[in-house]
Each structure stands twice: as C-alpha cells, then as structure tokens.
Design a protein around this ligand. Structure first.
Ligand SMILES: C[S@@+](CC[C@H](N)C(=O)[O-])C[C@H]1O[C@@H](n2cnc3c(N)ncnc32)[C@H](O)[C@@H]1O
Length: 208
C-alpha cells in the first residue's frame, strides 16, 4: 500500500481526473515549468529559488520520492512548486495546456542500459516532438544524464530536431552548465568521477 502523502505541496491526481487549474492552485498566472522524474526533489527546490517567476510542477511516479520532494519544499517555504505522482506522458496529455510550458527539465532519466531495453527510454526524438506541442515559443528544454550513450544520443538528435535552437552552440552538449543546480543522481555520478552530459535547447519563436 502507498504511504499517504499529506503535504499541502502535493497535488493528488489520477488518470482520468480533470486537469488541475494551475492559476488558482499557484494563486497567480506565472508560466509553468515541468520537471519530469524529480526523484527526491533536491534539484527542483534549488531551481525554484533561482526562478521565482515560474511555477514549478515536480513530477514523478515514485511515491517515496514525491514524499521526500514535498518535505524539502515544505521545509524551504517555497510557494512556487507543486508535486504530482503520475506517469509523465499521461499527465502531460491531460494536465498541460498546449503551448503553456516555459521550461521542461529531465535530469538523469532511467538509462535502460541494455540494448534490447533502449526503446523504453523516455527521451527520444518522438518524445521531444510530442513535448514540443506543450512548450511555449522560447521555452527551455533541459536534459542531463550521467549515461554517455544517452547523452550523445540526445545531443545528436536534438541537433537536427526541427523547431529548437541550441543554447550551447557550437557545442551540442557540455559537461557543466551555469545556473543549473545539481541533483542527487548528478552528484552521485560526479562523485564517482563520471561526467554529466547537459543539453540545452530553446523552442524556436516561429514554430507552432
Ligand atoms: C534515475 S532517477 C533520477 C531522479 C532525479 N531526476 C535525479 O537526477 O536525482 C529517475 C526518476 O524518474 C522517474 N521516472 C522515470 N520515468 C518516469 C515517467 N515516465 N514518469 C514519471 N516519472 C518517471 C523515476 O521514478 C525516478 O524517480
């Protein structure tokens, strides 16, 4: 049985529930930022401090991670973050109005290292094309991974993905990113001496 999450920062939502009314939930109409797979929430707490002008949705289907994320947010006193336990694609489809996200963040997604499992990876060209529908023109797309093959793959397909402008040009990825906090997984791999692959694109202004 799931441990109940009683934090005021937690938004209970299940498949088939209606979309949350973000403006009334946050008490303002600031643009939305979505972190997919927030883990234990250490990244989103730091990012929400850096960007008080954005309303952050921290999403993960891991219940204990959501509980830890909520505890961090409640302790910080931040009012611009809410936590949801849901699968990314079904959540986005129902709960994110088209063209509304100002920022999307995916840090250290499950790497599915075995060749025969690669198709289970969340981030690929088709997913970014799908996600693009929910991004505002000028929206930031951040991806970070500790897994070399995943990093190179995303860097490679994003370089030819239509409708996005590389913010790290002429590089397609970097191993450091300014004003971008660390996450639990990033720190774990940096401590082992493994580099992080960061990719940063912005949705082009003139795309639908
Ligand atoms: C390897 S952990 C990384 C956590 C965190 N981003 C970090 O860097 O420390 C990946 C997280 O993504 C979540 N996750 C994976 N696929 C997901 C999906 N489709 N929808 C929601 N969460 C997902 C997992 O539950 C897990 O917490």
């Amino acid at each position: 049985m799931l441990i109940p999450n009683t934090s005021p920062t937690f938004l209970p939502w299940e498949d088939n529930d209606p979309a949350p009314q973000w403006g009334s939930i946050f008490g303002n109409d600031n643009p939305l930022a979505l972190e997919i797979g927030c883990g234990v929430g250490d990244f989103v707490v730091q990012m929400a401090v850096l960007h008080p002008e954005l309303n952050f949705i921290a999403l993960d289907f891991y219940n204990k991670g959501c509980i830890k994320t909520c505890k961090r947010i409640d302790k910080s006193g931040l009012t611009n973050v809410r936590v949801l336990r849901a699968e990314a694609r079904s959540f986005i489809e129902t709960c994110i109005p088209a063209g509304s996200l100002r920022m999307t963040i995916i840090n250290c997604p499950d790497p599915w290292p075995k060749l025969r499992h690669r198709k289970r990876r969340l981030v690929n060209s088709g997913f970014v094309e799908y996600l693009s529908r929910f991004l505002r023109p000028d929206a930031d797309f951040y991806f970070a991974t500790d897994f070399v093959d995943y990093g190179l793959d995303v860097a490679e397909f994003m370089a030819v993905q239509s409708g996005f402008v590389n913010q790290l040009a002429p590089d397609t990825f970097r191993h450091t990113l300014e004003r971008y906090p660390g996450s639990k997984y990033m720190r774990r791999f940096l401590d082992l001496g493994q580099p992080i692959y960061y990719v940063h694109y912005r949705k082009a202004q003139n795309t639908g």
